[in-house]
Ligand binder design. Structure first.
Ligand code: SAM
Length: 216
């Protein structure tokens, strides 16, 4: 796929729109201007890639709205070299944004067809610092823990204890919590081996986290 001047121009406009909506972290905005979002779309839908909207990626799932990606990434406060776990690989776009900011990314996807697609696409994007896993994100990735940061990109009914356990002390977990009517973006800050604080941020609407029993 080609990243033309037209695509770059559309991306610049999208980043300006996201900035106007309140995102101010220059590292996030720079990564969003650098990563070609249209590479994560099927060729027939390229014209939708630079709208500030979520878009279907198959299997009933979506690539998140760019503003939401920026909002979650800003809350995560990503530093170069951070070890970041993402739950919900989807298209791979969010993972690529994190990698572009210098994070070492571990990402888990529950739906096999999406996992296979993202695993094949991400190396083509020269996102070498991303490891893609097929599995249930509720459990995290105990073998690779602890993580500096964890981001969940689907709605959780509550904060999974396994994910808090896999955070370093001082680490952040950014997770939308709530039911199908909408979720509050929570930032969980781990303050000691057994304690954490929860901050509530904006309201969002995500697809739900799928549980272990669903066969997919
Ligand atoms: N971050 C993605 C991107 O950049 O395209 C968008 C994520 S989409 C809104 C949510 C994703 O979470 C879907 O791909 C879905 O299959 C995945 N998911 C749902 N439940 C999961 C679980 N228990 N473990 C891992 N992934 C899960």
């Amino acid at each position: 796929m080609i990243d033309s001047y037209k695509h770059k121009g559309l991306r610049k406009q999208l980043v300006n729109e996201i900035r106007r909506k309140g995102i101010s972290d220059e590292g996030v905005l720079k990564a969003m201007e650098a990563v070609p979002r249209h590479f994560f779309f099927d060729s027939s839908f390229l014209k939708f890639a630079y709208d500030d909207q979520p878009f279907p990626i198959g299997a009933g799932q979506t690539i998140s709205q760019p503003y939401t990606v920026a909002y979650q990434t800003e809350l995560l406060n990503v530093k170069k070299g951070d070890k970041v776990l993402e739950i919900g690989t989807g298209s791979g776009y969010q993972a690529c944004i994190l990698a572009c900011m210098g994070a070492k990314v571990f990402t888990i996807e529950r739906i096999k067809s999406l996992y296979i697609k993202a695993k094949a696409l991400l190396p083509e994007m020269q996102c070498n610092s991303i490891k893609v896993f097929y599995g249930d994100g509720y459990k995290g990735l105990p073998t690779y823990a602890p993580f500096d940061k964890i981001i969940v990109t689907a709605a959780a009914p509550l904060i999974p204890e396994a994910l808090v356990e896999q955070l370093k002390i001082g680490g952040y977990l950014v997770i939308p919590v709530g039911g199908s009517g909408g979720q509050v973006m929570n930032r969980v800050i781990k303050t000691s081996g057994s304690d954490y604080e929860i901050e509530g941020h904006g309201l969002f609407r995500f697809v739900p986290l799928l549980n272990e029993r669903e066969d997919i």
